[in-house]
Every structure is written in C-alpha cells, then in structure tokens.
Design a protein. Sequence first.
Length: 209
Amino acid sequence: MGQVRVFDHPLIQHKLTILRDRRTGHKEFRELVEELAMLMAFEATSGLPVRSIDVATPLATAKGATIAGQEIAVVPILRAGLAMETGILRLMPTARVGHVGIYRDPSTLEPHTYYCKLPPDIGERQVLVVDPMLATGGSAVESVDLLKERGARTIRLMVLIAAPEGIRRLHAEHPDVDIYTAAVDERLDDHGYILPGLGDAGDRLYGTR
Ligand code: PRP
Ligand code: URA
C-alpha cells in the first residue's frame, strides 16, 4: 500500500497557515505556493541516492557527491500545479517537466483531461506529480492513469493539502503511488471542497474569482 508522508517542518506549517488565511491575496498566495513546493521538494528528495566524486577546488581535490540513479520529471496538473512547478524548478532547474491539463466538473466533480505533454523518456524517470489539492482524488487518479498509459513506472504525488477521501481513492486505484503532503484535513464538503482547506486553489492563485 502507498505511503502518506506529512511534512511537518515548522517553516512548511507556518507558510501553509498563512496560505489558508482568507485574507491572503493572490500575489502572496502564489509566492507561498512556490515557496512551499520548494521546501516540500527538498524534504521529498532527502533520500535520493548519491555517488561519490572528486572535485578540484582551486587548492586541492575534495571528496564530493553527485545525484545518482533515476532522473526526475516534475508533472504539474494544470492549472494550480503550475505555481508548484515554479518553486520546484528553483531547486532542481534541470528537471524535465511534463504537463497534464485536467479540470474538475463543478457539478459532477468528475475530472476532464484537456492536455497532456510529457518528456519522451518518462518511463525512465522518477515522476513527481504536483497539485496543491487532493480532494475527491479524481484528478490525481486520472493523471496517474495517463502517466502509466504513457509508460511511467515510478510515480509520487505531492500536494499541499489532502482530504482523507482523496487519499483512499488514489491508494485504492494506485497503491504504488506514495503521497507527500503538508496536511491531511478533515473531510470534503457537499461541493467537493476540502474542509477546512484553503478554498479554490486555482482561483486564489490567479485571482479569477
Ligand atoms: C483543483 C485542484 C485539483 C483538483 C482537486 O483543480 O487544483 O486539480 O481541483 O480535486 P479532485 O481531487 O476532486 O479532483 P480544478 O479542477 O479546480 O482546476 P483548475 O486548477 O484549473 O482551477
Ligand atoms: N479544488 C480546490 O481548489 N480546492 C478544494 O478544496 C478542492 C478542490
């Protein structure tokens, strides 16, 4: 069964609290999502394998380390995942990026895919799918379905807030996918929004409501 890792670093929890606040405007909201994604990616990559190498300093040779093993592909779910992509690329500027466009129908809550463009070697990479919200889990399941159809084999999901309903659904359909999150909230409301959550992530990021 897939794991759920909750990142409880004080900086992550501090920034998440400001993000949730209804008074936080879209400029600060976007900056916080970027910062949170960067901090969470730092935590998520703490177990990456490294290989020892020598490096010539101006004075002598030092023992160093370089990242080894599978390379990473970051896959934001449009549109709210885009702000997370920006933060992660500050930490890993050479990571390849794929994009999956999915929106949730507001009445049925069913996911609808409208775009998918992935690096051609996606099957050889560790894939990190990013989206601020895991609510019903429909969008996450749809994106993992798409990624697997196109050959991805090692997939993780990183979200800022997860609902128990979404965790259960993703792990029921894709038990091999670990979830990284900054919080597991209480439940969904009647419209599929996470409680207490932070509202509509896309609208708060881009000021569209
Ligand atoms: C939001 C969010 C997730 C999805 C989560 O996107 O960014 O992708 O809802 O809900 P689910 O787990 O129930 O599928 P939305 O569909 O609002 O699209 P947007 O990013 O274009 O605003
Ligand atoms: N999508 C959001 O943006 N927020 C929620 O609470 C649920 C889905």
